[in-house]
Write a protein that binds this ligand. Structure first.
Ligand code: GCO
Length: 252
């Protein structure tokens, strides 16, 4: 059973904190070379410093996932270009919370751009290299909100549902070339992204009460799923959405 990622080059978008950082660290621990990404070069460098001090092979690749020029320029700067990437983890995501009546069109577009369009365009850039080598992994970080709804986050919920559809369609097209495409649906994790929800006593109680494990997830508890899907041990998993939510969506 091979969970190792030696010799693979992984790009994890949005990997300077939260779930993305946990995934990047876990992949590096399994031997992958990992490109650390966010919009801010200084943040990427800081993470690179910490992870390299721990002996990991990491490099900074700052770009704005939603900005086509920034995305393409960064990937072109890689030795071997975008096509040198073996594992793409589309993790960067944003959220806007507002009731329908106050939800600005610009916010809707922005969330869709980052959470859904950027993963599609990044897949388009990296897939040719994977297909040529006959091996590749694309992992889209969706959400349990890709399976169920929640009021006040319509753009986020729509983008995450869309990401699961994108996963299925790319899995069909790329599977015959040895490239698997899967989604992971995280439940409620204790991250900076969710800080406003953790700080709200009612929401915190809802998460603990409705999650059979009775607590928020720790980001390292998501990373194992990503390593599995990226490894040869997960080689027959394709077009799937793996829920990692402490059992929350198993219950009514
Ligand atoms: C919110 C959302 C998300 C969730 C996540 C669940 O902030 O309103 O509920 O942040 O944590 O998507 O997977």
């Amino acid at each position: 059973m091979d969970f190792r990622l030696d010799g693979r080059l992984a790009l994890v978008t949005g990997s300077t904190r939260g779930l993305g950082l946990a995934i990047a660290r876990a992949m590096a621990e399994q031997g992958a070379r990992v490109l650390i990404n966010s919009r801010t070069a200084a943040e990427c460098e800081a993470v690179v410093e910490t992870l390299s001090a721990a002996g990991h092979a990491v490099a900074a690749l700052p770009f704005d996932a939603a900005d086509g020029q920034s995305r393409q320029a960064a990937l072109a700067s890689l030795e071997g270009g975008a096509e040198s990437i073996d594992i793409l983890v589309n993790n960067a995501g944003i959220i806007h919370r507002a009731p329908l009546a106050d939800f600005a069109e610009e916010k809707w577009r922005n969330v869709l751009d980052v959470n859904l369009t950027a993963p599609f365009l990044l897949a388009q850039l990296v897939a040719p290299g994977m297909v040529r080598r006959g091996w590749g992994r694309i992992i889209n970080i969706s959400s349990i909100l890709g399976q169920i709804g929640r009021a006040t986050v319509p753009a986020y919920v729509s983008s995450k549902h869309g990401l699961i559809g994108l996963t299925k369609t790319l899995a069909i097209e790329l599977g015959p070339h040895g490239v698997t495409v899967n989604a992971i649906n995280p439940g409620y994790f204790a991250t900076e992204f969710n800080a406003p929800l953790i700080a709200d006593p009612e929401f915190d109680a809802m998460v603990k009460g409705r999650t059979p494990l009775g607590r928020w997830g720790d980001p390292v508890e998501l990373a194992g799923a990503a390593v599995f899907l990226a490894s040869d041990a997960g080689g027959y998993v394709n077009g799937a959405a793996l829920t990692v939510d402490g059992g929350m969506t198993a219950a009514l």
